[in-house]
Design a binder for this molecule. Structure first.
Ligand SMILES: [Fe+2]
Ligand SMILES: [Fe+2]
Length: 188
């Protein structure tokens, strides 16, 4: 495991994720209230960047840690598929002019999907992880460090246009080591 910089303050991973959620939801509210295309474009751009960074942090660090700790494969499979749907819409939006007749509709549909996803994470995924005994501060440090890198890498929504829309190839073959246990039915 790469060495983590000492200078990064201790923050619990789940607290960081909740803070991201609050920031993203605040941007959605701002978008709803914005009165012209210039404002909408600016706010949507910020929201798309925040979403991209947040999704990458979860997919690269939080979800793998959750799988390893809890083995709840189907829960995280669903979360990643939800990310995938949001990414498709986010990439379309990144390539669309804000005065396009469907821009607002598309953004609203994406925002609703994200809000539902956040609600599921906050009511189910994050509490389970918090109760699992995982070292939240160690993961928080790694997430902070990665976020710093992502902030340099993702400067604007144009970044999204250069990225693919597929789910990242992740789990190496044979990695379904928790016996492929399906734990459906625990979610509302
Ligand atoms: Fe997520
Ligand atoms: Fe999240």
């Amino acid at each position: 495991m790469p060495k983590i910089r000492e200078s990064i303050p201790a923050v619990e991973a789940t607290k960081l994720l909740r803070e991201d959620h609050a920031k993203i939801k605040a941007l959605f509210s701002e978008f709803e209230k914005s009165e012209n295309d210039v404002m909408r474009k600016k706010i949507a751009g910020k929201a798309l960047v925040e979403l991209e960074m947040h999704a990458q942090l979860e997919e690269e660090l939080f979800y793998p840690a959750f799988r390893k700790q809890l083995g709840e494969e189907s829960l995280i499979d669903e979360a990643e598929e939800e990310h995938h749907v949001v990414k498709l819409l986010a990439r379309e939006l990144a390539g669309m002019a804000p005065d396009h007749g469907r821009y607002e509709a598309k953004f609203t549909v994406m925002a609703e999907a994200v809000k539902r996803h956040i609600e599921e994470e906050e009511s189910d995924v994050l509490p389970r992880f918090e109760q699992s005994g995982h070292d939240l501060e160690e993961l928080g440090r790694r997430m902070m460090e990665r976020k710093e890198q992502l902030m340099e890498q993702i400067s604007g929504p144009e970044y999204l246009l250069e990225q693919g829309t597929g789910l990242k190839a992740k789990r190496p073959s044979g990695a379904r080591k928790h016996g492929g246990r399906r734990t459906r039915g625990k979610r509302k």
